[in-house]
Design a protein around this ligand. Structure first.
Ligand code: NAD
Ligand code: UDX
Length: 462
């Protein structure tokens, strides 16, 4: 089989950076067009927060791990190239709001074809619609130099943010899809051998190209569907007096079901779930399968419902108006242990409160103030001036909660489990409300202090 001696990864983001940083023994160069991002990867302040990432990067950087903006050099030198660029939902044109925007992937593919002077294995690491490898092959073959041969593999990434390093060191599985030709299988063996440096062979699964591409969309859709299912049940719990944690525990004890990923919440966020389901919806529609499209679309609709239901519950509970009231939002990241805010439910919830003319104070231990402003202004699309007087971004929980009529927990940061609630209570007007959108607080303790506590999926009335 082909021996991989040098790897290039195009795209130094949440996936490219961590996935390549854990590869031992082989020289890896991660390239990106974004100079600021590359500079950050080469500095002491990495561009993303991920537990364990600093140690891994600092021990490999300059030895077998390099970060550069010289995309062409990276491509030219490598035998294997991971394409790990962003594939966001299209904002305009055909499929707007659903289809994946493949422009970054296609630009990177064209660059490979233009620059390569020797044969390469090109690995689709980005999440893409089923059969994207076929268009990549067409682009590569139409633009390649004589004597250059390209094998295309699909190798979707299953890491979750916040646990990326642990997930990458000990993955449940590594999935590699290839054409079932002699050359395709040979390329597949070459990539399997790279992973075999640290992943047990029985966890490296090899399948056909299209199954591999579809498996990634399927896995994310089914994970998100579990959350929408449990969130749908949380609404029934609130109306009946049942408790969603008890229901989820009872359901999860069934070994066919398993206990993970059954936590009711304010709704799922993150850059993947919504985007990948919408991608699947678009794919289903393009394949003339409207019933299938409708089925998956409901998972996203339920998530939108959960976010607005939670925000509306805050308004209802505060006697139907929050105009002029201070509301504290604890947590801006879409989950704990990340600074990533893409599709974070906190953004929708804050916007809901702003539309009700509340004064919103925000605290998050990892998200920067400038990022919160980018999120609130939709990256500059909404003017900041009109909302500025209604927003404060705080450096501590105490400051954010001081004088707040409601404290709304949106992210399950560990530090929110051990707050000094007595002190917080002393600085709140009465009645003081806590809304737990993550089921992390000790309800009895807070009620004993004097708070009125409202939790997702709990029938107890205030
Ligand atoms: P990201 O936006 O953090 O990073 C992508 C990087 O690619 C950016 O830094 C961008 O500058 C760079 N880039 C874009 N076009 C380029 C080009 N032509 N040449 C060089 N660099 C280019 O995105 P991400 O979160 O790392 O996601 C990447 C892919 O992985 C997406 O398809 C995503 O769906 C998938 N994925 C993400 C996660 C996750 O947890 N974030 C998990 C699994 C899969
Ligand atoms: C997800 C997939 O888990 C991962 O395999 C894929 O590679 C990328 O997309 P990520 O979005 O980083 O990973 O985090 P994940 O842990 O899946 O959480 C997604 C969202 O669902 C978060 O907002 C989280 O808070 C929420 N969630 C998760 C729940 O509301 N309840 C749960 O039980 C689990």
């Amino acid at each position: 089989p082909i021996e991989v001696k040098k790897i290039c990864c195009i795209g130094a983001g949440y996936v490219g950076g961590p996935t390549c940083a854990v590869i031992p023994n082989i020289q890896v160069t991660i390239v990106d067009l974004n100079q600021a991002r590359i500079d950050a990867w080469n500095s002491d302040e990495l561009p993303i927060y991920e537990p364990g990432l600093d140690e891994v990067v600092k021990s490999a950087r300059g030895k077998n791990l390099f970060f550069s903006t010289d995309v062409d050099k990276g491509i030219a030198e490598a035998d294997l190239i991971f394409v790990s660029v962003n594939t966001p939902t299209k904002k305009s044109g055909v499929g707007a709001g659903f289809a994946a925007d493949l422009k970054f992937l296609q630009l990177a593919t064209r660059r490979i074809a233009e620059v390569a002077t020797s044969s390469k294995i090109v690995v689709e690491k980005s999440t893409v619609p089923c059969r994207t490898a076929e268009s990549m092959r067409t682009i590569l073959e139409a633009n390649s130099k004589p004597g250059c041969h390209f094998d295309i593999l699909s190798n979707p990434e299953f890491l979750a943010e916040g646990t990326a390093i642990a997930d990458l060191f000990a993955p449940d599985r590594v999935l590699i899809g290839s054409l079932q030709t002699e050359q395709g299988l040979d390329a597949c063996r070459a990539l399997s051998n790279v992973y075999a440096n640290w992943v047990p062979r029985d966890r490296i699964l090899t399948v056909g190209l299209w199954s591999s591409e579809l498996s990634k969309l399927a896995a994310n859709a089914m994970l998100a569907q579990r959350i929408s299912s449990v969130n749908a049940l949380s609404a029934i719990c609130e109306a009946t007096g049942a408790n969603i944690d008890e229901v989820a525990f009872a359901v999860g004890k069934d070994t066919r079901m398993g206990s993970k990923f059954l936590k009711a919440s304010v709704g799922f966020g993150g850059s993947c779930f919504q985007k990948d389901i919408l991608n699947l919806v678009y794919l289903s529609e393009s394949l003339h399968l409207p019933e299938v499209a409708k089925y998956w679309r409901a998972v996203v609709e339920m998530n939108e419902y959960q976010k607005s239901r939670f925000a509306e519950k805050v308004v209802d509970t505060l006697f139907n108006t929050i105009t002029g009231k201070k509301i504290a939002i604890l947590g801006w990241a879409f989950k704990k242990d990340t600074g990533d805010t893409r599709e974070s439910p906190s953004i929708s919830i804050a916007n809901h409160f702003l539309s009700e003319k509340a004064r919103v104070s925000i605290y998050d231990p990892q998200v920067t103030e400038s990022q919160i402003w980018l999120d609130l202004t939709d990256y500059g699309d909404i003017p900041a001036e009109p909302i500025k007087p209604h927003i404060t971004i705080n450096k501590t929980v105490e400051e954010a909660c001081k004088g707040a009529e409601a404290i709304v927990i949106c992210t399950e940061w560990d530090e929110f489990k051990t707050l000094d609630w007595e002190k917080i209570y002393a600085n709140c007007p009465r009645p003081a409300f806590v809304f737990d959108g993550r089921l992390i607080i000790d309800r009895k303790k807070l009620t004993d202090i004097g708070f009125k506590v409202v939790t997702i999926g709990s029938g107890d009335r205030v």
